[in-house]
Write a protein that binds this ligand. Structure first.
Ligand SMILES: NC(=O)c1ccc[n+]([C@@H]2O[C@H](COP(=O)([O-])OP(=O)(O)OC[C@H]3O[C@@H](n4cnc5c(N)ncnc54)[C@H](O)[C@@H]3O)[C@@H](O)[C@H]2O)c1
Length: 303
């Protein structure tokens, strides 16, 4: 029999849970027994305004279904207040789902500092602030699960989304290091790159596909990653439309030059095909593995 994924006695923070993907994450965590802090500032997709009713509605939905939840109306940039809400209401925090987000799409040549800064502030600084405030509690109890919300726009790039792509892949950089630092305290950290039909993607995805990309099809992965059943850390998962796949770094075996003699740009050009050849490529899991070929090259030419 399959073991049930349950969260009795656990407290989950979901940021940006007043709508879209976050709402479905919060509902599913609650259905699996978690006490949930439903955080949402309630502003527009562009990051303007605020409205308490977004989070309140989701809390009401959870309570109507017999679950336990409280609302937090703070911005993720005031992350310590969101964590404080978890502590004040439930006395602990076990899982942090960094989901809140906005868009300020512009091609790079039209990018203004305000668009760049606001996207950075909500996605990166916000995720940092919430996670940083929760971290000592997770360490102290030797248990935690943290999920960051990246995007294929960060992994692969997307026209008009230089600010967003920067922020989203930045969150995966944060995931990798927190996974290393958190491991000894059983704090596992993963990232998702979701696709879902929400107000953020309305008009960008063709309507018939939009309908099929239901936000609730992303949440089972998030709830799994947030549970004790998940023993994976440092992962990046693309998810949407009922499909989940894992992403990893791949690096060619590369070309080596004599480090003592030095080499020229022409030497680089001559080896270009080999440098870019992914035949038998490596998949370094950490810095040490990544440096392996470089170290071997040094040894090869050492007297
Ligand atoms: N929908 C997709 O296909 C898709 C693709 C890639 C990544 N994402 C990411 O998934 C996450 C959820 O997006 P969504 O599609 O559900 O969009 P959404 O706009 O429906 O939800 C985002 C929520 O975040 C809240 N929010 C915004 N700024 C906040 C702040 N400063 N503090 C607290 N809450 C704030 C909003 O009020 C909103 O309810 C975002 O991080 C987004 O970048 C979504």
């Amino acid at each position: 029999m399959r073991e049930a994924v349950r969260f009795e006695d656990q407290v989950v923070i979901v940021t940006g849970a007043g709508g879209g993907l976050g709402r479905d994450h919060a509902l599913l965590f609650a259905r699996h027994g978690a006490r949930v802090v439903v955080n949402d500032l309630g502003g527009s997709t562009h990051g303007e305004g605020a409205n308490a009713s977004a989070a309140d509605k989701v809390v009401a939905e959870i309570r109507e279904a017999g679950g336990t939840a409280v609302a937090s109306h703070d911005s993720v940039t005031d992350g310590e207040r969101i964590v404080q809400a978890a502590l004040d209401n439930f006395g602990r925090v076990d899982v942090v789902v960094n989901n809140a987000g906005i868009l300020r799409d512009k091609t790079f040549h039209k990018m203004e500092d305000a668009d760049w800064d606001l996207v950075y502030r909500v996605h990166v600084e916000g995720a940092y602030k919430v996670t940083r405030a929760a971290w000592p509690h997770l360490r102290e109890q030797n248990y935690g699960r943290v999920i960051f919300t990246a995007s294929t726009s960060g992994i692969y790039g997307n026209f008009g989304q230089s600010n967003y792509g920067m922020a989203k892949l930045g969150l995966y950089g944060l995931t990798r290091t927190l996974a290393i630092e958190g491991r000894k305290n059983n704090i596992l950290v993963n990232a998702i790159a979701p696709t879902g039909g929400t107000r953020m993607t309305e008009g960008l995805i063709p309507p018939q596909v939009f309908e099929q990309l239901k936000p609730e099809l992303v949440s089972p992965l998030v709830v799994y990653l947030g549970s004790g059943a998940c023993q994976d850390t440092s992962g990046l998962f693309e998810v949407g439309g009922g499909w989940i796949g894992k992403v990893r770094w791949e690096r060619s075996l590369g070309a080596g030059f004599d480090p003592r003699a030095g080499f020229s740009p022409e030497d680089v050009a001559a080896q270009w095909q080999r440098i870019c050849d992914f035949e038998g490529a490596a998949h370094p899991a950490d810095n040490l593995e990544a440096l392996k070929e470089m170290m071997e090259n040094l040894q090869r030419y050492a007297s």
